[in-house]
Design a protein around this ligand. Structure first.
Ligand code: CA
Length: 256
């Protein structure tokens, strides 16, 4: 998948001039708004230039505090977020944005910041790119993240109500038996996939792909751990779950 996306991205770049003349409007990524957060001016300029060349609308922030405010005000379709930032670092910014938004976030990390990747993914970043990176690879990641979100775009704001559980993706809000329940971003995403597929078995691999992303190098154990946390929050008796049922050696199934 990564390889074909890269090829498409180069193709897209080479036709980006036409997009400026309006002949490329049908491209689903055209005019998507991207917030780029980076304090190094040269890097910021390079990213902006190349994203704009590819047909995206770019807004920028040079520190963490401004980034949080802009994410709320501008409602971007995607955020590119450097980890090393003044005022608030990228990890804190990611945490703040996730309190109110499910916008895709791609983190930029340096080679010696391995731990930041793990933390960032736990906090709800969707992907990361390690500096230094090739621009075509970066653009391919951007495109892949926007594309992945597209099929859901129409339904993105629709709340799912099943029995006494109501999940509202637009507000990242969950109500269980009439009470507000607060979930971590990955728990929320996990429950959402299960509820969207209510009554059907969803395999651990599918959950890993949909919630953690295709490039995530984690184990299926990650899913089990998050399911356990989720059950503790939504089930009346988490050891005897009624809603999130384990289907042995296959996966999980959501029951109303
Ligand atoms: Ca930086």
């Amino acid at each position: 998948m990564a390889r074909s996306t890269t090829a498409q991205s180069q193709n897209f770049m080479s036709t980006s001039l036409e997009s400026k003349r309006g002949t490329f409007n049908k491209h689903p990524d055209f005019n998507k708004k991207i917030l780029v957060v980076e304090d190094e001016a040269a890097m910021l300029q390079t990213l902006r230039y190349n994203l704009e060349r590819s047909g995206y609308n770019v807004v920028t922030a040079g520190d963490g505090r401004t980034a949080v405010a802009m994410a709320q005000r501008e409602q971007p379709d995607l955020v590119v977020l450097d980890v090393m930032l003044p005022v608030l670092d990228g990890i804190e910014v990611c945490k703040e944005i996730r309190k109110s938004s499910s916008v895709p976030i791609i983190m930029l990390t340096a080679k010696d910041q391995e731990i930041d990747k793990v933390i960032a993914l736990e906090l709800g970043a969707d992907d990361y790119v390690t500096k230094p990176f090739a621009l075509h690879e970066f653009l391919a990641r951007v495109k892949a993240r926007l594309r992945r979100r597209n099929p859901l775009a129409q339904d993105r704001d629709r709340a799912i109500a099943l029995g006494d559980i109501v999940l509202d993706p637009a507000r990242q809000h969950l109500t269980v038996r009439g009470k507000d329940v607060s979930l971590a971003p990955k728990e929320f995403a996990l429950l959402r996939v299960l509820m969207e597929n209510a009554g059907r078995v969803v395999t651990r691999q599918t959950l890993l792909d949909k919630v953690w992303g295709y490039d995530f190098e984690g184990e299926q154990q990650t899913v089990s751990v998050h399911v356990r946390w989720l059950r503790e929050k939504i089930e009346q008796d988490s050891r005897n779950p009624r809603h999130i049922i384990t289907v042995r050696s296959r996966g999980y199934l959501f029951k109303e």
